[in-house]
Design a protein around this ligand. Structure first.
Ligand SMILES: [Zn+2]
Length: 330
């Protein structure tokens, strides 16, 4: 059975968890937080497996009965809630009590993992809090959250908090380089688009949206009008509206940085520099900021149910085109 391979940037957090385990100080409730795209599930699975393993050594052995059951997704001492991105209901939390009352099947730890711990309703969070007040024996509760600040403070205060930080650029870049043959400049651009998160950058790379991206970049930097009838851009918006909007965000942020003469760490091609300079000369900085705010709002709007993506993009491009052609009467 293959060991769980951890992403390189998770190593220091893993060492911290190992330390807790080796010194027999694993708390009853552990909150593991970190931004989207850092491989939290990867780390959690490795830790669950270690906790359940019957012959661990610097990680799960991979050969004992517990490891076998874990690999088969049939471990009776493990419960995972919210893994399918569904909100965890209060009934599911109550059912946990029954699971926690049972003795462990394999005489080791019992492990409960709650993904999306920051999405718990007030009722569910309170029910969980009540569970934590009972004696738990050899049980570990793993709460996973992207935004721990949204969690009920009383629940958070019951947990030992382990936060996964964004890896430094060279670490993420090295990992992408070892997995993709694209040039460094392109990899860096994907990382910037993914706000530094390597697994989200991988999504951009895997999506194979090269043509769509060039068409959208061209429309943003050179010819906004082309956005309205470009087949590639329409496809991009229809299939990956979030990525399309992030690309827009990325370039407008670059225009802003360029205007402020701030360093971006990104190497432009000669023609990109020319177009960025042109835009900066043409549009007053204040107008760029106003548009930037509008773009940020649009990103929020996109995630609301029932949003008309097409209309959202058309309005954006209409405003951007106006800015580019008239220097901003928006
Ligand atoms: Zn094992």
């Amino acid at each position: 059975m293959a060991a769980i391979h951890l992403y390189p940037w998770l190593e220091s957090t893993w060492q911290r968890l190992l330390q807790l385990y080796n010194s027999q100080r694993v708390p009853h409730a552990l909150l593991i937080s970190g931004a989207k795209g850092l491989g939290k599930a990867n780390l959690i699975h490795a830790f669950e497996k270690l906790l359940l393993c019957q012959a661990p050594a610097e990680g799960a052995c991979g050969t004992c009965r517990s490891c076998y059951l874990f690999e088969q997704n049939h471990h009776p001492d493990l419960r995972r809630l919210g893994e399918d991105a569904k909100t965890i209901g209060i009934d599911e939390i109550r059912e946990l009590t029954h699971f926690l009352d049972q003795t462990s099947h394999q005489q080791g730890y019992k492990v409960v993992t709650l993904f999306q711990g920051d999405q718990l309703s007030h009722g569910s969070a309170n029910a969980l809090l009540k569970t934590l007040e009972e004696p738990l024996g050899k049980t570990v509760l793993l709460l996973v959250a992207e935004q721990p600040q949204n969690m009920l403070a009383t629940l958070k205060s019951r947990c030992t908090h382990v936060h996964i930080v964004l890896p430094p650029l060279p670490v993420s870049l090295a990992w992408l380089q070892s997995n993709y043959s694209e040039n460094d400049k392109y990899l860096q651009q994907c990382l910037a688009l993914a706000a530094g998160s390597p697994l989200r950058a991988r999504e951009f790379l895997d999506a194979d949206t090269g043509n769509w991206r060039s068409a959208l970049t061209k429309a943003i930097l050179i010819e906004p009008k082309s956005a309205f009838d470009s087949e590639d851009i329409q496809q991009f918006i229809a299939n990956q509206p979030r990525e399309a909007l992030y690309l827009f965000y990325y370039w407008v942020a670059e225009v802003t940085r360029f205007a402020l003469q701030a360093s971006t760490g990104y190497l432009y091609t000669g023609s990109e520099v020319k177009h960025l300079e042109h835009l900066v000369r043409k549009i007053p900085l204040k107008k760029i900021f106003t548009f930037f705010e509008y773009l940020t709002e649009s990103i929020k709007t996109l995630s609301l149910p029932g949003t008309n993506k097409q209309l959202l993009f058309e309005t954006l491009f209409y405003r951007w085109e106006l800015l580019c052609s008239e220097g901003g009467s928006v």
